[in-house]
Design a protein around this ligand. Structure first.
Ligand SMILES: [Zn+2]
Ligand SMILES: [Zn+2]
Length: 317
């Protein structure tokens, strides 16, 4: 089994361009922009996480009607119950994703679709899972704190009917994506990257368990999305689900849905969003290799090389 972190030839540039060459860069790479395919890709990003909710949803459906089972008010502020429920969501969804990740390699088309044919070793994956489990404990503690604050607000956890639920889900999707973009971009400032975020970037050739493999302080920042001002408890619960499951499609290492974040893990200081939306709007989408860059983009590229060197020993890819 090949290990991760093996590298292509070292390269350096003295001109304001991204390093040339693309040893494992997807052949389909294109610069994210608001073109005709954007709506399709954004729609796919929205639905990509739902298949990984199936084992968890099946479990809850077996216990009663799904929505009632999702948010029973009685255990909202109980840490052990929260840990069990959120841990169950994490284990079932990430377990399924890991089966997909490894199972796809049994087929020639699956092997061909994987961006990097190598796979991380089991010990490395176990380390990622252990760090992720710590994050689930952080999330459970934050869920309890939010639920305790909401106590007394009658019906706060009750999920409203159709239209309000759909509106709430749309708010959650936009908020979770924006919150991740903003905090992730902050974590790529040089000091915070070196102190905190490089832990996540130890996963260079990603697998599903890379998704929540973070420094504990990054877990706190990541799950602070729960603190959306004015959000009722049922919206906070939806945010919890989104923040647990969102990283899965981005860390599969296969196919078009992973392209945006895969490129973040290979080129570092670009593509901060979960979807490409905020990177396109705010000018941080990864440029084509060899493209001439503005002064600001050249500075970003230089810091990207520093961050890459810190995590993968100076290797370009
Ligand atoms: Zn990542
Ligand atoms: Zn990052």
């Amino acid at each position: 089994m090949a290990s991760i972190g093996a590298a292509g030839p070292k390269r350096s540039t003295t001109t304001p361009t991204e390093a040339a060459g693309a040893s494992v860069l997807p052949a389909t790479f294109r610069v994210a922009s608001l073109d005709a395919s954007f709506a399709v890709e954004y729609g796919l990003w929205l639905v990509a996480l739902f298949p990984f909710l199936l084992p968890w949803a099946a479990w809850h459906a077996a216990r009663g009607t799904l929505v009632e089972a999702l948010f029973p008010a009685s255990w909202e502020a109980d840490f052990v119950a929260r840990l069990a429920a959120t841990g169950g969501l994490w284990l079932s969804s990430y377990g399924l994703a890991f089966c997909v990740y490894r199972g796809a390699r049994c087929f020639s088309r699956g092997r061909a679709a994987k961006y990097d044919p190598r796979v991380p070793g089991w010990r490395f994956v176990a380390g990622e899972a252990l760090r992720s489990a710590g994050g689930i404990a952080v999330l459970a503690a934050m869920q309890v704190a939010v639920a305790a604050r909401a106590r007394g607000a009658a019906g706060a956890a009750a999920v409203p009917p159709g239209p309000r639920l759909a509106a709430g889900a749309a708010v959650v999707a936009l908020w979770a994506d924006f919150h991740f973009y903003a905090t992730h971009r902050l974590l790529h400032t040089p000091a915070l990257f070196r102190a905190i975020h490089k832990t996540h970037h130890r996963s260079h050739n990603v697998d599903p368990f890379s998704g929540l493999s973070m420094h504990p302080l990054e877990h706190l920042l990541y799950f602070s999305a729960l603190l959306l001002p004015g959000a009722p408890l049922w919206v906070t619960n939806l945010i919890s689900i989104a923040m647990v499951v969102n990283p899965i499609p981005a860390h599969l290492g296969y196919g078009p849905l992973d392209r945006h974040h895969w490129d973040h893990h290979t080129r570092f200081n670009w593509n901060f969003g979960s979807s490409m939306l905020w990177d396109v709007l705010l000018g941080t989408a990864a440029p084509k290799r060899g493209a001439s860059l503005s002064a600001a983009a050249a500075a970003r590229a230089a810091e990207a090389r520093n961050q890459r060197a810190l995590c993968v020993g100076g290797a370009d890819e």
